[in-house]
Design a binder for this molecule. Structure first.
Ligand code: SAM
Ligand code: SF4
Length: 509
């Protein structure tokens, strides 16, 4: 780990090169290949998409019915869904997707925000503002004190309980740095209106790592490890990730989540950057990804993300030929919901408020009050302008505004982080999710954590609509006593809620 800063300019030089040469471990790719091949068979995916063109509506309705079993669909079925043309049939798919979301996750939405720790990067992804050849961007890696300062604002002022920490790929932000940054984030306790603001779950969005490095993140208490494949299409991948960079190695990235599982991190997340290639192919790629994980580890991805390409500083996008329209974006989300029904689905502030409102019934998580520059939360506090953004955001509303809107739409914002802290992760949580039992814990914890948040951070308007949702949830739990909740559980829940009202914090099932 580096305590001083020998990389004032970022980029790739004589210091970075030897480090880069050590990152990829060929044996940690080869162990997963079958007959020397990875599990993304481009021809097979194209063939499925061609073979299942013009699917019969009756078949589509059968596939929809299958998805209610909360098992991942097979690629043929997903290809058929992706080929639906009739707008009315799409409406049936969206309706089913919202019902499945409710069946597994109820009316809960989890919120989080990103914390950008470093913008130095040795890779040169053509679409990213942080790419090494972009001289327009101001580079830095936060010191650990600066990371704490960012976390203090996020936990103490904005009221976040979960964040995703984001890093470029660079020796100054290596696995040791990431692990220490997590520890510093977890250490933050900031006085809020009544209780203490703290980050209870740190997810990581960082480059693929070796199994040994991933163990370091496991030891530091990682929540979810996110690595987006960007595109599952081999040729496109090669075009946008130059050879000679670490990210230029498709298979090193493809097996990042497999290595995480082997390192004991059973909570992993996939994603594709929509716009690089045909969105239908990317949905098929994500499905193949989770199915390969299921086949090997008995456990698929915990969440999938659907970022769409956004403009970035000094970045030419004239070469993009697969931009995803709003209509197709919604369709991709609908098909993902049906195809990987147990997975959480994350929509981000890259999208406009209107777009998010349209797809949120099928999603489980969104970010809010996000800032995507390195040190950007402090900059906003001190009135500095952001010059360090990775790309441009579509929804810049505050967490309070977002929560107020969600509550007025009938959603409860959950700040629950209990599952991971009680060991309900990996196959344990998947089993509970599929059977609908996790929903019982989550429902109670959502109410308890939402109440905490309203009392500590909510504006009077948000508290008023939020309390109405809480009253409705409490009544629902009481009505389901002895059906889904034991009388003992309900009594404890009512007591806990009263204790939170009196200022106690961090009580959960
Ligand atoms: N450097 C790490 C990596 O590439 O995996 C993690 C951080 S990177 C900043 C996080 C994600 O941002 C990438 O995986 C990519 O999907 C997304 N991203 C990059 N450029 C983008 C753009 N112009 N618009 C939207 N998302 C972008
Ligand atoms: Fe670096 Fe990640 Fe941006 Fe690629 S997407 S340039 S790896 S920060």
């Amino acid at each position: 780990m580096l305590n001083h800063d020998p990389y004032p300019d970022g980029g790739v030089g004589t210091v970075e090169r030897p480090w880069m040469d050590r990152v990829i471990r060929p044996d940690e790719i080869e162990r997963y290949l079958i007959n020397g091949k990875d599990f993304i068979d481009d021809n097979f995916i194209e063939l499925q998409l061609r073979r299942n063109a013009r699917p019969d509506p009756a078949r589509i309705r059968d596939i929809i019915a299958k998805a209610f079993a909360i098992e991942s669909l097979d690629p043929e079925d997903t290809a058929a869904l992706l080929n639906v043309q009739d707008p009315d049939l799409w409406e049936e798919i969206f309706e089913a997707a919202a019902k499945i979301k409710n069946k597994v996750y109820d009316n809960r939405i989890v919120t989080f925000a990103p914390l950008y720790c470093g913008s130095r990067c040795v890779n040169d992804c053509t679409y990213c503002g942080f790419r090494s050849s972009n001289k327009a961007i101001e580079r830095r890696a936060l010191t650990f004190d600066e990371i704490e300062a960012e976390a203090r604002i996020m936990a103490g002022k904005l009221g976040h309980k979960r964040i995703v920490a984001v890093y470029g790929e660079h020796p100054s932000t290596d696995a040791d740095y990431i692990a220490e940054s997590m520890r510093r984030i977890y250490s933050v306790k900031e006085q809020a209106r009544v209780g203490l603001g703290e980050i209870r779950r740190v997810n990581i969005n960082a480059a693929p790592m070796s199994i040994a490095d991933l163990r370091k993140l496991g030891d530091a208490g990682i929540g979810t490890y996110q690595v987006f494949q960007e595109t599952y299409h081999h040729n496109t991948y090669r075009q946008v990730h130059p050879a000679g960079t670490i990210k230029g190695n498709f298979d090193w990235r493809l097996y990042a989540l497999h290595r995480a599982m082997d390192a004991g991190i059973d909570d992993v997340a996939a994603g594709a950057l929509f716009g690089l290639y045909d969105w239908r192919f990317e949905v098929m790629g994500m499905l193949c990804h989770t199915r390969d994980l299921e086949g090997r580890f008995g456990l698929g991805v915990h969440t999938v993300s659907v970022p769409r390409i956004e403009p970035a500083a000094d970045t030419d996008f004239s070469w993009l030929t697969h931009r995803v329209s709003d209509v197709d974006f919604k369709r991709a989300i609908g098909v993902l919901r049906l195809s990987i029904p147990y997975a959480g689905l994350i929509v981000t502030c890259r999208e406009s408020p209107e777009m998010i409102r349209d797809v949120i019934p099928m999603c489980t998580q969104r970010d809010a009050s996000s800032r995507i520059g390195v040190g950007a939360y402090e900059d906003a506090e001190s009135g500095q302008k952001e010059k360090r953004q990775q790309f441009i955001l579509g929804d810049t509303r505050s967490l309070d505004e977002v929560i107020c809107e969600l509550a007025s739409m009938g959603y409860i914002t959950s700040f629950c982080t209990a599952g991971y802290r009680c060991g309900r992760t990996g196959d344990k949580i998947m089993g509970l999710l599929k059977s609908g039992k996790e929903g019982c814990f989550c429902k109670l914890n959502a109410v308890l954590t939402f109440k905490e948040w309203l009392d500590d951070f909510g504006t009077p308007e948000t508290r008023a609509v939020g309390e109405k949702i809480i009253a409705k949830e409490v009544a629902e739990v009481q009505a389901r006593t002895s059906i889904d909740f034991s009388p003992l559980m309900v009594r404890k829940f009512e007591d806990d809620l009263a204790r939170i009202g009196q200022g106690e914090r961090d009580i959960y099932f």
